[in-house]
Design a protein around this ligand. Structure first.
Ligand code: ZN
Length: 501
């Protein structure tokens, strides 16, 4: 039996669900901690299985909790023999003892004979890291003896003219080795850049935790890029589903913002109380989830039952008032039952904790990125989040929230929508008796919100006409300007305006 199946079987025997993520990769419940949702990542590589608890349990504890020994993580209980193209053999026991045999004067790199024509070559610290990169679809090499190997003792010719990415271990010897390699390979490779794992200690941990090759964090963005690498990155960008914008429910808005909301970006939705920022954010999140994009709604103000009422009202098109007064008609019940039956498994997640900090939101988002490939988070709203540091001013707290929200969007390559309260100021009426349209400077504690946002949407409602003016004073992905949506707050919804204005 392969070690991967052994772990999956053991998890099933513990009553855990198994969330498959492609072949040889799954999420299961971690037996070493009280794990409500599956947070143990399981990944098969050649000859063994990698496990990684995203809640932080160490591997030895997880192995013990399964009733395993380290040998159970290997297909062959004696371990694995890494064979170098020049005849060196490195035998690894399950307890991480290494023994060399064969041609120990060999200067070849592990798996340099497996390199093919295209794509970057990863240089990692250990043979296990090479196998992990390969299991993730990449090409990699390493020297024997880990961090202590002097680069000049080995034959790097197979890397000549290639784009090389060094992935360093996250410790002092790892970084030192990375710097040595960077220098040594500069004259050989077409380009050299230095990267580190997003999580854990090394490349194997990164892959074990379910991250992809694209997720390594760049430590040395090369400022001179060969055409081949530039085109490759452009193709990755074009091909990746992640890079495609997430459409909002409104075509008129999508047209303005280059097709929708772009991953890696922070969208700030500003409005005064009752002007529709919760409706807009929730409509976007549910619309995304209906398309299969995992979305998280973080609502500080609204308890889950109210969120559900609004959601069912807008999506099943049922009167929100009849919902809240519990006077639904039979036909309403039918519509709701139909909607629920069609969407019961859509990837929508809701957090209604009344006190939550931006750090806690980020933690939940990271976990959901692992377990459900999160694409969007809606936070309702900035000024209601719990302060991460109560000693600083309210303005600094909001600044911190805005910056953290932007970093979260970039880190996970997701859309973060941050609702924000506007100053009361726009309520003041102008000379003509009309309410002044909201401006960017009306964002309360505004400086950093304005700075961090990639897109700002400001809502203003015309109660008499039932219009909602969505002004776009900042937009990195398209034009600024204004669109008009139709208010259907009786169904907790915003609609495209039917009249051509
Ligand atoms: Zn755990």
């Amino acid at each position: 039996m392969k070690a991967y199946e052994r772990v999956i079987d053991a998890a099933r025997a513990n009553g855990s669900p198994v969330v498959e993520r492609g072949s040889g990769q799954a999420m299961v419940r971690c037996p070493a901690h009280d794990d409500g949702r599956p947070s143990l990542s399981v990944k098969a590589i050649d000859g063994q299985v990698l496990i990684y608890c995203l809640a932080g349990c160490d591997t030895a504890a997880v192995v013990e909790a399964f009733g395993f020994t380290m040998a159970d993580l290997f297909d062959d209980a004696r371990g694995y023999t890494y064979e170098y193209p020049g005849g060196r053999k490195v035998h690894r026991t399950p307890n991480k003892e290494f023994r060399q045999s064969g041609n120990t004067d060999d200067s070849s790199l592990f798996h340099s004979d497996r390199l093919s024509g295209n794509g970057p070559v990863y240089v990692v610290e250990g043979e296990k890291d090479v196998l992990a990169i390969e299991a993730a679809g990449g090409q990699a090499v390493t020297t024997p003896c880990g961090a202590n190997a002097k680069p000049e003792r080995f034959n790097w010719e197979p890397l000549r003219g290639r784009a090389v990415r060094i992935v360093v271990d996250r410790d002092e010897p790892g970084r030192r080795r990375g710097a040595m390699l960077l220098e040594h390979l500069s004259g050989i490779a077409l380009s050299v850049s230095m990267w580190e794992p997003r999580i854990g200690k090394d490349a194997a941990d990164h892959i074990a935790a379910g991250y992809d090759l694209d997720d390594f964090r760049c430590l040395s963005e090369p400022d001179v890029l060969p055409f081949s690498e530039m085109i490759e990155q452009w193709q990755e960008w074009r091909d990746s589903e992640q890079a495609k914008p997430i459409p909002t429910p409104w075509w008129s808005l999508n047209r303005r913002i280059a097709g929708g909301l772009h991953p890696g970006r922070l969208v700030v939705v500003g409005a005064r109380t009752g002007e529709g920022k919760s409706v807009m954010g929730a409509n976007i999140a549910v619309h995304a989830a209906e398309m299969g994009i995992a979305s998280l709604i973080v609502s500080v103000e609204m308890p889950r039952v109210e969120i559900a009422s609004r959601l069912l009202s807008s999506q099943a098109q049922v009167s929100y008032e009849r919902m809240t007064t519990r006077t639904l008609f039979n036909e309403d019940d039918v519509k709701i039952a139909q909607y629920v039956a069609d969407h019961i498994n859509m990837p929508l997640f809701v957090c209604d904790r009344p006190t939550i900090s931006i750090e806690e939101v980020a933690r939940k988002a990271r976990l959901l990125k692992q377990t459900s490939d999160l694409g969007l988070v809606f936070i309702d709203y900035a000024q209601l989040l719990r302060a991460s540091d109560t000693r600083v001013s309210r303005q600094e707290q909001v600044s911190h929230i805005a910056r953290s929200a932007k970093l979260l969007a970039m880190e996970l390559n997701i859309v973060v929508i941050l609702a924000a309260q506007l100053n009361r100021e726009p309520e003041k009426q102008g000379k003509d008796g009309k309410t002044r349209a909201p401006r960017m400077s009306d964002l309360r504690e505004s400086g950093e919100l304005e700075q961090s946002a990639d897109v700002i949407l400001l809502l203003q409602r015309d109660q008499y006409l039932g219009d909602v003016y969505v002004s776009i004073p900042k937009n990195r992905t398209g034009r600024t300007g204004q669109v008009v949506l139709q208010e259907r707050y009786d169904q907790a919804a915003l609609k495209d305006s039917v009249s051509a204005r």
